[in-house]
Design a protein around this ligand. Structure first.
Ligand code: NAP
Length: 299
C-alpha cells in the first residue's frame, strides 16, 4: 500500500483519471492540480493550486505521459490555466522526492539533474512499453482503416523496427490477414521475423523493398523514411509514423509526391485512455513502492 505517501499529480488527460483512481485505492495521499474543468468527484483527493507551495511535502510528483514540453509547460486538458515546471517548483520539492512521467524531453531531464532530483521514465520499463504496445497497435490499425479504401486483410504492409511496438503491430497486422514485411538491423531480429512468418529484410535494403507496399508503419525514431524511400513507394501507399516526434519520415517530400503520410503520436491515450491509464498506473505504483521501500518508509 502507499499509506502516508504524498503524491502530487499535475496535469494530463483522461489517462490520468485512472492513475488518480488507482493511487487512491492504494491509500496514497493525492493532491491533483490542473483538473478544475473536471466535475468528476474524486473521494479522498485534494484539489490543489499550481504553486511551488503545493510541492513542499511531495514524495512523488506525477507528470503527464510526455512529462513537460521543452519550454517546461505541462499538458493539461482539464484546465485553462497554464502550468509550467520552472526552477521555483523544482526547488520546492524535497530532495528525497522523485518525478515520474512516461518519457522525458531534454528540458525535464536537465531540470531534474540541475535540482538533483530523481526522474523516473515509466515507458523505459520493458513491461510498461510492451503493455502499451497493445493499444498502440490497435490505434495504428484504426488509422490504417480510416485512411485507406482497402482491407488490411490481403494488403501488403511494411513495419520498420521490430522492437516492443513494431513486433506487436506486425503480429496484429498478420493476424488480420496482411502480408507483413519487417525492416530490421540485427540478425536476431531477422531470424525472429522469419520465425514469425514475416518477410524480413535489413534496413539498408529498404529502398529496394517498397515497390508493392500499401501501408508502411514506422516505429524507428530516426529519419528512416527518406525522400529516396518515398520515391519508390506506389502512390496509393499510406505511411503511418508511430515513432516519437518528429517521427522518422520526410513528410515534406511525401506531401510533394502526393503520398499520404501521417505522424500518429499518443495513440494509446486516443483509442484506449482507460487501458492506457491502467498501464501507466500499474507501472507507477510499482516504481513508487520500490522507491519508497528504498527510503525505508513503505507500509
Ligand atoms: P523499441 O522497443 O526501442 O523499438 C525501436 C526499434 O527501432 C528497435 O527494434 C530498434 O532496433 C529499431 N531501430 C532503432 N534505430 C534504428 C536504426 N537506426 N536502424 C534500424 N532500426 C533501428 O521502442 P518502442 O517501445 O517499440 O517504441 C518505438 C517508437 O514508438 C518510439 O519512438 C516510441 O516513443 C514510439 N511510441 C509511439 C506510440 C504512439 O502512440 N505513436 C506509442 C508507443 C511508442 P534494435 O532492436 O536493433 O535496437
Amino acid at each position: 500500500m502507499l499509506t502516508g505517501v504524498q503524491v502530487v499529480l499535475a496535469g494530463g488527460d483522461a489517462r490520468q483519471l485512472e492513475v488518480i483512481r488507482r493511487l487512491t485505492e492504494m491509500d496514497a495521499s493525492v493532491t491533483i492540480v490542473g483538473f478544475d474543468r473536471l466535475d468528476t468527484p474524486f473521494s479522498g483527493v485534494v484539489r490543489g493550486e499550481w504553486t511551488p507551495e503545493t510541492l513542499r511535502q511531495a514524495d512523488a510528483l506525477v507528470l503527464p505521459p510526455v512529462g513537460t514540453e521543452d519550454d517546461g509547460s505541462i499538458a493539461a486538458i482539464f484546465t485553462e490555466q497554464e502550468m509550467k515546471l520552472t526552477d521555483d517548483y523544482l526547488a520546492a520539492l524535497p530532495k528525497t522526492s522523485k518525478i515520474y512521467c512516461g518519457m522525458a524531453k531534454t528540458y525535464l531531464r536537465e531540470m531534474a539533474d540541475k535540482h538533483h532530483l530523481g526522474l523516473v521514465e515509466l515507458f523505459e520499463r520493458d513491461d510498461v512499453a510492451i503493455y502499451n504496445s497493445i493499444p498502440t497497435a490497435e490505434g495504428a490499425v484504426m488509422m490504417a482503416i480510416q485512411n485507406t479504401d482497402i482491407t488490411i486483410h490481403g494488403s501488403n504492409c511494411m513495419v520498420l523496427g521490430l522492437g516492443r511496438t513494431g513486433l506487436t503491430l506486425a503480429r496484429t497486422l498478420q493476424g488480420l490477414g496482411a502480408s507483413v514485411k519487417a525492416g530490421v538491423r540485427r540478425e536476431e531480429s531477422f531470424a525472429r521475423a522469419y520465425e514469425m512468418g514475416f518477410e524480413p529484410f535489413y534496413m539498408p535494403d529498404l529502398a529496394r523493398q517498397t515497390g508493392n507496399i500499401d501501408l508502411l508503419f514506422n516505429t524507428i525514431p530516426n529519419m528512416i523514411v527518406t525522400a529516396q524511400v518515398i520515391a519508390g513507394l506506389p502512390l496509393r501507399a499510406v505511411i503511418i509514423d508511430l515513432a516519437s516526434k518528429p517521427g522518422g519520415t520526410d513528410f515534406r517530400f511525401a506531401e510533394k509526391r502526393g503520398i499520404k503520410a501521417l505522424l500518429a503520436p499518443g495513440l494509446p491515450g486516443i483509442v484506449a485512455p482507460k487501458t492506457a491509464g491502467r498501464i501507466i498506473a500499474n507501472g507507477l505504483i510499482q516504481m513508487i513502492l520500490e522507491d519508497n521501500r528504498q527510503r525505508g518508509n513503505a507500509t
